[in-house]
Design a protein. Structure first.
Length: 178
């Protein structure tokens, strides 16, 4: 292969990468110590940046997020049901894991946006409904960024009242999944 042809191949290959997506993924930082890739890594981050056709990680998700007890995003909720309803009326239920994350593989459910979200947590006797619809991006953390601000409602949470005691959640023991 001639040097000129090699240069063209390299230019074309590097041109396929999305520099905006790459910089967004780089901005997330590295992995937490001791947590390997899998369902427990990177809670609170926009999962679909990587877990999408564009991001290249498998599986690709159609919806993913992290649920916390209160707006400070300090205590994750395990065992909550996230009930999603899409524009066609199709529904899908997800359950938050030991670090509060929930997700659905796009091969299992590919919803038609917008989505309506209801969350229930029987152990804490709490039910809440998202006030707005999810318009186009199933990565909850694209909008729900810590801390709450003029441009973000803050993390996805169940209980707004800080005077309410913390829920009696199962022990946050992810076992051998870390």
């Amino acid at each position: 292969m001639t040097p000129r042809l090699l240069s063209c191949v390299c230019l074309l290959a590097s041109g396929c990468a999305d520099p905006v997506l790459s910089s967004e993924i780089d901005a997330l930082g590295g992995e937490a110590n001791g947590v390997r890739h899998g369902p427990m890594h990177r809670p609170g981050q926009p999962c679909l940046l990587c877990h999408s056709d564009e991001g290249g990680r498998t599986p690709a998700f159609s919806v993913a997020g992290t649920l916390y007890q209160k707006p400070d995003g300090a205590i994750p909720v395990q065992g909550a049901t996230i009930h999603l309803t899409d524009a066609t009326g199709a529904t899908h239920d997800l359950t938050s894991n030991c670090v509060g994350t929930f997700y659905v593989d796009e091969r299992v459910w590919a919803p038609t946006f917008p989505l309506v979200v209801d969350i229930s947590y029987p152990q804490g006797n709490v039910t809440t409904k998202m006030k707005s619809k999810i318009g186009r991006d199933g990565a909850c953390a694209m909008c729900h960024v810590k801390p709450a601000s003029a441009v973000s409602p803050g993390p996805v949470y169940l209980e707004k009242d800080p005077s309410v005691p913390d829920f009696a959640t199962p022990a946050l023991d992810c076992g051998n999944m870390r």
